[in-house]
Write a protein that binds this ligand. Structure first.
Ligand SMILES: C[S@@+](CC[C@H](N)C(=O)[O-])C[C@H]1O[C@@H](n2cnc3c(N)ncnc32)[C@H](O)[C@@H]1O
Length: 305
């Protein structure tokens, strides 16, 4: 039986409200109506790109495309990752062990976009009602530098939300690093990056299908990360439920000496405590509902000697 939960809008209001797009519309010298129509276009176009036969090349550099992503995809992807944390005893045990031993949990999300994985982990921790303080130190890595504004707003508001929800024991710190993890420079400069990529958990959620093919540098980059990772570190891979992505994850994990869990499948929908109606006027103005369901594969890899 599902327990009754407080209403929860995973996306902080400052990142997605009816006013954000007005600022963008003014900057682009277009009307509010035109901005909404472009957001709708991005929603349709991105869906086609993700279903297409080649690398999607989603135009995240365009602020209205980022709004479309926040509006249409982030809540569902964040809920999906939260549910995986809920379901994976292995991840929960790992977090508990670190919480009890050092009280600072270091997580790195590659291709984390606006901070979807931070929203997921924060929601999961909030529901666990921790009693001892925990610092969540979160590094977001993405090739699109423009995500940094959303990331900062989202981190600030998630911190505020956690302290106002009677759960002040979790504080969030962290950083944003712009790296194309499938580039030669990412590999060549690996030893020069600060911070050092020594994290307890690494998350790769919907980045492999976006790289799509020609994984040469990504593969090498993940090997470097795995080499640097502490023994026992967890690697969470989440992807569309297609065998080609599962195969790619298995191949990379084998080369990185990761002990992979059994393939998990998540087919579910948003929590009942998150309703698209909370999006208010924006829902009417965009004229298309955000995604509320998913069908994903996930694996947890553990670094072993
Ligand atoms: C489909 S989005 C997933 C975002 C987030 N992980 C989520 O689940 O909502 C893919 C993200 O990966 C990033 N990305 C794609 N290729 C990348 C690369 N080569 N290096 C770093 N980031 C990349 C994109 O900029 C985008 O933010």
């Amino acid at each position: 039986m599902e327990t009754q939960r407080d209403p929860h809008l995973i996306l902080p209001q400052s990142c997605l409200n009816d006013g954000v797009h007005l600022k963008i519309a003014a900057n682009q010298h277009i009307s509010s109506k035109e901005a909404y129509s472009r957001i709708l276009e991005h929603l349709k176009q991105n869906a086609d790109l993700w279903r297409g036969p080649s690398a999607p090349n989603v135009p995240y550099g365009d602020p209205l495309c980022r709004i479309a992503y926040l509006y249409g995809i982030v809540p569902a992807n964040a809920n999906l990752v939260e549910k995986i944390f809920e379901e994976s005893q292995e991840l929960a045990d790992h977090v508990d062990e670190i919480h009890q031993s050092i009280g600072v949990l270091d997580i790195c999300a590659f291709g984390g976009g606006p901070g979807t994985e931070l929203l997921a982990v924060a929601k999961w921790l909030e529901r666990r009602q921790l009693t001892d303080p925990l610092e969540l130190n979160f590094l977001l890595v993405d090739k699109i530098n423009e995500w940094v504004g959303t990331w900062r707003g989202l981190r600030r508001e998630t911190n505020k939300r956690l302290s106002q929800s009677g759960n002040p024991s979790v504080t969030i710190s962290g950083d944003f690093l712009q790296i194309d993890v499938n580039s030669e420079s990412a590999v060549v400069n690996f030893n020069n990056w600060d911070p050092s990529f020594s994290h307890h958990i690494y998350i790769f959620s919907y980045i492999i299908s976006e790289i799509f093919s020609d994984f040469e540098y990504f593969h090498e980059f993940v090997e470097l990360v795995a080499d640097r990772a502490p023994m026992g570190a967890k690697f969470l891979f989440v992807e569309r439920a297609e065998s080609r992505w599962a195969k790619k994850i298995e191949e990379i994990s084998s080369d990185c000496n990761l002990d992979l869990s059994v393939l998990g499948r998540a087919t579910s929908n948003m929590d009942s405590d998150e309703q698209s109606s909370t999006l208010g006027q924006m829902l009417t103005n965009v004229g298309r509902n955000p995604r509320t369901t998913w069908d994903a594969y996930w694996y947890v890899g553990t670094k072993v000697p």
